[in-house]
Design a binder for this molecule. Sequence first.
Ligand code: MTE
Ligand code: MO
Length: 258
Amino acid sequence: MSRLLIPRRKFLGLGALGLGAAALGFSGRPADAASFEELIAHAQSLTYGAQRLLGRNALAREFSAKDISPVFKVNGTHMPDTTEYEALLAGDFATWRLQVEGLVATPLSLSLADLHALPQRTQITRHDCVEGWSAIGQWQGTPLAEILKRAAPLPAARFVVFHCADFYERAADGTGQYYESIDLVDAFHPQTILAHSLNGEALSVGHGAPVRLRVERQLGYKQAKYVMRIELVERFDRIGRGKGGYWPDRGYEWYAGI
Ligand SMILES: Nc1nc2c(c(=O)[nH]1)N[C@H]1C(S)=C(S)[C@@H](COP(=O)(O)O)O[C@H]1N2
Ligand SMILES: [Mo]
């Protein structure tokens, strides 16, 4: 906490904003529930709103240590092919900063040490890839909610976009950078974490070092690796090809529920 670059006074001042810091759990009082409900209701799109509200807190299944897969396949990008990423890796990510920006009251710039200093969560879950393989692994990281409540999303924010370091397939026009997005229901879900470790070890490059998203109720392609920047937005139309993710832009479902 002390290493977070946020003056405490800013935290205390958030109640003045429309959203209200209390809505995001700063006080933990039961009275907060109503305003949080309003926030979530606002975030729903009609296509899946009612369904998501009913099950918004349902947990993905968690497993025990004996279930952990001996091998967790690496899929998609194995190593981001940019000089920026190579430099970060060469310095063991000491200069890496996670940017949190867009529709937030308090933009953040967090080091790996900052993320480790926040509350942590460990979970053993199953990863399901659309290509037909699964693997069970133990993920450890910082709940996205802990980060977001410090950034304080503005009332207009509806989605959280994860911008990654890698180009899955770099097109001639420079597009092709990997990205993904989730709604605020998934963003504040207790199992949604920015993982820095797999099976007790710092993430390998293959699995998304230094941090990757785990959003456990959705398929593999939503689990963005090499997350560099988190952007809160109201809509997707100016990002990538406008469908909210690298694979959604190429015909896959944006909401990839399991
Ligand atoms: N940045 C980035 N994230 C990504 C991908 C990718 O190519 N680039 N591939 C996705 C797919 S399809 C899957 S199945 C998982 C694979 O994660 P793993 O390599 O840790 O098994 O990452 C997802 N996240
Ligand atoms: Mo996948």
